[in-house]
Design a binder for this molecule. Sequence first.
Ligand SMILES: [Zn+2]
Length: 463
Amino acid sequence: MRAVLAVLFTALSALASDADGRITALVGGTVIDGTGAEPLPDALVLIDGTRIAAVGPRSTTAAPGGARVIDTRGKWIIPGLIDAHIHFFQSGGLYTRPDIIDLRGVRSYADESASIRRRLPVTLARYLASGVTSVVDVGGPYSNFAVRALARRTLLAPRVAVAGPLLGTYAPEELESEDPPVIRVASPEAARALVRRELAYKPDLVKLWLVERLGLDLAAELDWARAAIEESHAAGVRVVAHATQRETARAAVLAGVDVLAHSVQDRRVDDAFVALLKARNVVYTTTFAVAEGYHEVLSQSVELSDIERRLGDPEAIASFAELGALPFGKVPFWVRLQPPPNQRVAFANLRRLQAAGVAIAAGSDAGNIGTLHGPALHRELELMAEAGLAPMEIIVAATHGGARVMGRESELGTIEAGKLADLVVLDADPLADIRNTRRIYRVVKGGVVLDPEDVLAAALKSQ
Ligand SMILES: [Zn+2]
């Protein structure tokens, strides 16, 4: 009877969702702290209010009397996951990027955007339920700042860092609206003015969209890019760049960007590139999942994982199959001719940069067609393993690495005394198989212990 009561008490404690300053002790789990240090078995993690008060072996770390005890024996505790590259202005569904596949004749972009805004509270909850306690929205319309404000008001959301509109080498006319996600920059003066406008909203990052297109004069583009970087840095705001080709990425880093938003995909990185990233302390973000997402939807060969089925947006998922049902003539001719993505070069580049000690962050580019808000990060981690990274390296990238992109590594991304208590408690060992990050027992955000099932259910109920 006593044992039954103890189990019941533990379960109830774990379900409690208050951070009223009481002390919570996670007792007996194996801690993987996000620094890359050896896992600590039979550990005790002490949470005081919103922060981690202590972490150490259970034999030497005591929980004070009256602490709420959560039994984590047989569990693994990692820092809250961070998706370092997402976009809230995109749904993950079929109609979300008319500049890539134009189906505005089927669903207007205004309709798509309105639907995305309506579903935001639930979209935020999908992240938290997926164990993702922080995300970086790497660029979108000014409404991004409202998303960050919304996330701050609710418990059922990850922490959100945002960039404003992408300052771009072109602006797709298909995405035009009163509040466009991309703005074409014409001159260094225009770049400075655009950055100053954004600074009023206190962006976490400024985003440059250096999209390589035929006939692009990169040198001219770099003139305004340097001006934008200078203006941002003068205000203490770091800059992230989309640059997927090696030479564009190199030029962006030389111009002063702090974060690369994607892997280099076209050519192998060289010694000088590796040394440059190290010397400049640049964080390199992976984004492997997005190419696969596009391919699966466009070629109508979608394969959803269990966590995608459980936590992915059903409306986005339902939209995937609508492509196959569209009449001939509605679908651009090239769509079905897309070969599967070849990530061999990008995978090799990740291995090389990781081996050289360059800071890596895991980012899925969720919101793009086929890349689902929330669960997409787990697929990203699996692809990083396919690229050849060890589970420990992947966990560090998906926690500490993401905190570096956010500029918040002093308080997020690792399990250390003094840091915010953002944690994921897993039912299985992620070092044995990185896919075990999907086996989520509890999510802890700012010291509040949550059952992932409850997170999504509560958000759906309050919709
Ligand atoms: Zn992106």
